[in-house]
Design a protein around this ligand. Sequence first.
Ligand code: ZN
Length: 240
Amino acid sequence: MRYALISDIHGNTDALHAVLADIEKSGADKLLCLGDIVGYGAEPEECLREVRSEKIDTIQGNHDSATVGTTPLEHFNEYAKEAVLWTAARLGAEDKKYLRDLPLTRDYGGFTIVHSSLDAPHEWHYIVDMLAARRCFELLTERICFIGHSHVPLVFTESGSLSCGRESEIAIREDARYIINIGSVGQPRDGDSRASYGFYDTEAMRVEIRRVPYDIRSVQIKIESAGLPRFLAFRLGIGR
Ligand code: ZN
């Protein structure tokens, strides 16, 4: 099976379309989304429509959850909070029900997906160091856990090594376990403004992180004209 893994779309339809076109070109048997379809961007409904019509298996992210009121806004920064409230006011009851009903994890026999960490997924811990990675490894029953949330592509192994890759290929070893962050489609934060996503080929035992350019200016204009914080438009341009 060749899985395409996308995460953190954040209401950015242009980035999503560019990634879906790239997936179409190289081919995938199944598409999975690791959460945060909405939040920050100006087109949450369009992104939801795309994810639902493409029948992408999806889990819930913290912005999806906050938008439907199941995660309190107190840990969100001012820009994120403003965007969550804007998104909540915009979405209809059916989209909200879809977001509310999303599971926090999904298992595919050989790998698991979760937005933040297997360590209390509803508390949205970030895995950015070995301490947090170890807590997740303790609960991981499969070989690989794919995550999103920090918007930075990262690879953790149990031996403590940590590598970071833009457009990298990871050969999956039989005798190792992995936590792999595939980066963000709609708001990358590793200094590379191109959309980030991944493939997992279960036969070739290979994970690939890819980057795709898209029309960032068009998305910035949509964010500004929607009345969302200008900073959210600015950060897309620098990938931070
Ligand atoms: Zn996110």
